[in-house]
Each structure stands twice: as C-alpha cells, then as structure tokens.
Design a protein around this ligand. Sequence first.
Ligand code: GUN
Ligand code: ZN
Length: 481
Amino acid sequence: MAIRFESLDSDGMGRCGKLSVGTKIMKTPALLPVINPHLQIVTPAEMKKMGVEAIITNAYIFNQSVQYRNQVLAEGLHTVLDFDGVIMTDSGSFQLSVYGEVSVSNLETLSFQRDIQSDIWVPLDIPTPPSADRAAAERDLAITMERLREAKETFGIDAPIAAPVQGSLYYDLRERAGREAGGLGFPFCPIGAVVPLMEGYRYRELVQVVMAVQKALPRSACVHLFGAGHPAMFALATAMGCDLFDSAAYALFAKEARYLTPHGSYKVDELVELPCACDVCRTHTSAELRTSKDRERLLALHNLYVTLAEIARIRQAIIDGTLWELVDERCRSHPQLLSGYRELLNYGETLEAHDRVSKRRFFFQGNESCQRPEVIRYQRQTPRFRLGSKVHIAFDGRIRDGFTDTLLFKPPFGPYPREIKETFPIGQSEIPDWDEAMVRQGCRGIRNLIASHPKSRFVISCSARWLPVVQSELSGVEVCE
Ligand code: GUN
Ligand code: ZN
C-alpha cells in the first residue's frame, strides 16, 4: 500500500509526476475534488468520466453518520462512493479547526480510515490558524508531530499516511515541521492551515509559508496544498512545487451561484455570455443557466470542468517549459496574486537551483520577467566566458575593430557571444522594445561579467538613450558611441 512519487518533467519547482498508491497510479499535478457524501451534487462516478483520477472525502463525516458508518465499514469506501480511483480521506482536523474539538483520537481516525479502505490516510493534525501566537503554534505543532510519530510507529512507514505540515505563520516552525516530516520518511506531505490565507487573499504570506516548507522537505516528497482553492492560484502554487490540490470550491461557489474562470469568478447574474468551452456553457445561454432548476448542479459541473482544464493547462506548460508565462498571466488577474508572484520571485536563488536548463521559449511579460530564474541562471553563467584583453559590448550589434572579443547584448539577460545566439535563453527569448528596467537588469549581467574577468578591459557602445542607465549601473566603465 506504500505511496511512491516520481517526477517526470519539471519547470520552476513545479513537476509533472506519477503518484502511485498501492497498485493505483495517478498523474500530478492533480485536483482532488472534495466529496461530501451527504451532498453529492456531482457524483464520483461522473467525475471519473470527466478524467478525475482521485477524490478526497472526510472520514469524520462517515464515522459520525448513522446512515453511512456501518455500510462503509462493511462495503468499503470505493463501493459506497462508486469510485475505483484513488480516495484520500481527511481525519476531522478541519472540523477541529472550525468547532475546536472532535470526538475521535488520532489512532481511532487512522484505524477507521484503514478499515474503510481509504487509499491515503490523514492523521489528526492540528491546523493552527495564522492569528495564533507563537506559544500556541509551538504547542500545536508538538502535538501534530507526536501524532505523526505515533502513526508511523503503529502502522509502519509503508502505510499510506500523509504527514501534514503545520506551524502557522512562523516560518522557522514550518521549516522545522517540514524537516521532521521528511526525516520521518513520509513520502506525502500536505501543507496545512492555509485556507484562511487563501480566503483572505493573503498570497504573499502563502508564498512565504510554502517556500519555508519547501526549503526543508525532500524533493522526493509529493506536496499537497490543503484546501486550495481557486483555479487562478494553481499555476502559482505549482511553480512552488505543490503537486496536489483539493477543493470544494466547485461546489461551494455553485451553491452561491458563482461561476469560476481561470482568472476569477463571476456571479452568474452578472454574466451575459458564458465564456467557456465546456458542455454546460455550450448548451445553455446565460439566461437559461441563471433560471434553470438545476442551476447549482450545472454550475458545479462547469466549475469542475474549468478547474480540471486549468490543471491540464498547467501540466502542458510544465512539459513545454512555459510555466512562468502561465504564472505571470494568472497572477495578473488579482493584485494580491501579483504580490504573491512578486514574493516568489524574491526566492530567485532557490528557484534557479530547481529550474530546468532548457525550455521551448522565454516570453518577456513585464518587469517581473527581469527576476525570472532563467535570467538569474544566465547571469550566473557569464563568468565562464573566456575573454581576451579588450572586450567590446555592442548594444547595437555592430562589430568594431581593435578588440579581442565582441559581445552582443540582449536584455534582461545581458552580454552574450555570437556563438550562443541560437542557444536557450538567448535564442528562444522574445522581448519587446527595450525599456529601462530590462536594460538595467541586462547591465547587472555586464557587471557580473566585468567582476569575474579582472584581466580584461571592457568598452561598451550604446546609444545616448541608454547611456544614463549604463552609467548608473556600471559606474566608471568605458563607453563609446
Ligand atoms: N483541510 C484544510 N486544511 C487542513 C489542515 O490543515 N489539516 C487537515 N487535516 N485538513 C485540512
Ligand atoms: Zn463552462
């Protein structure tokens, strides 16, 4: 029954992977739709036909249900839900975070999850909210870690147990929790208690939490972002190395008559058109959808289609090496998502260490692109150029006499020898007319090059337009027309 994870393709810290749980295999990134057994607005069997390979449901609800408890113990979860894919069960921790207590212990919930034949079990972790003080966060985390150790000792490391990572907004605690969960050998680690951050659009802090955990988790672990969320944030979360999401958003939004899109949601009353290719939207007008007696179910179906399509788009972007372009595009749909993206770019060194070497393309999409890991990677490599005594850097690409070497210039990357004109990222990058931020970033590439070649003399030729930028970034450097 062991859980195994294998990464097949990657871009940024995101990966397309294969998660095996016993004999079942699923693709990642993936969305696990949340199933409430009492309100199956879209059934697991219908989801299976839509391409869903895994779902998540709540063991606590089954345990407390007069209707379901004995049936699920006798027949197993897959029969009761009519779903033969991967079923993950949550423990009741979410109820714990809402109601403050639950009538089940850690070992009881884990045994129950085993007995109902769940594929992935979750211990009774304590989701510490972002508002908690440090002492409370430490206390809660100590209990969560003790429960993880108890789970491992009782059921063995090959039991399909997820190890939630807690620690509230204390990044050192998140890091410690990640290190300990990885150290205990858990191959599957959900990042917990982030729902309040996502509900509050606190994406900058979400990025800090996830990156603190990622610093400590082994790369071999499959990372689940608990309770995420809206499809607009999946690309950003994937770029941070989150492999799985579970979301009730498709149903919760439908209940409130809201229509999801990959860039935000609408109240269905606001929609004149249905801007989507799914079956629901192509067979109904907005008026029909609004007034249908099946409105909630139709919206849930549409919301699920949109969410699944976004996951497919993300997987394709990883394969193509265009995940950063997708993240950039999605994060422009809300200012707080843009803050999250900007925050992530502050982790340039970490991202650069994971980013893949070659990609299909690099599209410059604005100032944020200057900080992308491809730019950092390129500028770190320029010290390896072998140069003679007198080097010319030609912004206009025109070769002049009297130099041992001539380098061309492509912002935001910087100087490059003609020989790598066709090589990634120089050859595959598409940039618009130069602007100041871009040239400034390119000058940082020149600065690295100069610093790493103390025996060479450098002369830059640039037009009057870029002279002030060159002089402010590279003071003292020789410039000619
Ligand atoms: N669902 C959303 N957040 C959490 C969490 O932190 N822990 C568990 N077990 N389930 C969750
Ligand atoms: Zn649709």
